[in-house]
Design a protein. Structure first.
Length: 179
């Protein structure tokens, strides 16, 4: 059992160290330390390979930048932790993205209600989400009930579910900016 991958985390020192023996880790002209994570992205499923080790398939992408390297590298959690010399920080970002993905997976299954105007709505942690149909397409509005800050979809969505899922992203965006 030792050395197996469990829930996306390395379960042995050998596997973690192995990430540093392939790809760009072997190139002396590529900085190995002193990187900064500038963004984290959820691809929805493992669909790309870490650009540092060039081995590990990744779903949660840590966008890493270095002043002495010309491009941003898309990396997995283990390589990102080594690159910035902050394993805990990389793991916290990864865990936050996993938790967000879990919340989003359950979003459509929440208890959505229907307003007197016939629109689907949900109240979630101080936010009111209304999803409505405009002709053949769908839109949404997210309102922070404490601040009256509002975000209205500019883009039309082909299905109600698509509008609901984008409304989830809008709430997450508003929360991250204190809106």
């Amino acid at each position: 059992m030792r050395g197996m991958q469990i829930a996306g985390k390395a379960s042995s020192r050998k596997e973690t160290a192995g990430a540093m023996t392939t790809g760009k880790w072997r190139q002396p002209d590529v900085p190995h330390r002193g990187w900064t994570c500038v963004d984290v992205e959820d691809l929805g499923e493992p669909e790309t390979v870490c650009e540092m080790c060039e081995v590990q398939e990744i779903r949660f992408v840590h966008h890493m930048e270095h002043q002495d390297y010309p491009t941003t590298l898309r990396c997995g959690c283990i390589c990102a932790g080594h690159m910035e010399q902050d394993h805990a920080g990389a793991q916290e970002r990864d865990a936050a993205m996993r938790a967000r993905a879990k919340r989003k997976d359950k979003w459509l299954d929440r208890k959505w209600r229907t307003s007197t105007a016939g629109n689907t709505y949900l109240n979630d942690g101080g936010y009111n989400v209304v999803v409505f149909q405009r002709g053949e397409v769908w839109g949404f509005r997210v309102l922070n009930r404490e601040t009256d800050d509002e975000l209205i979809a500019r883009k039309p969505y082909l299905t109600e579910d698509a509008a609901m899922l984008r409304a989830f992203d809008a709430i997450e965006w508003m929360r991250s900016r204190g809106r």
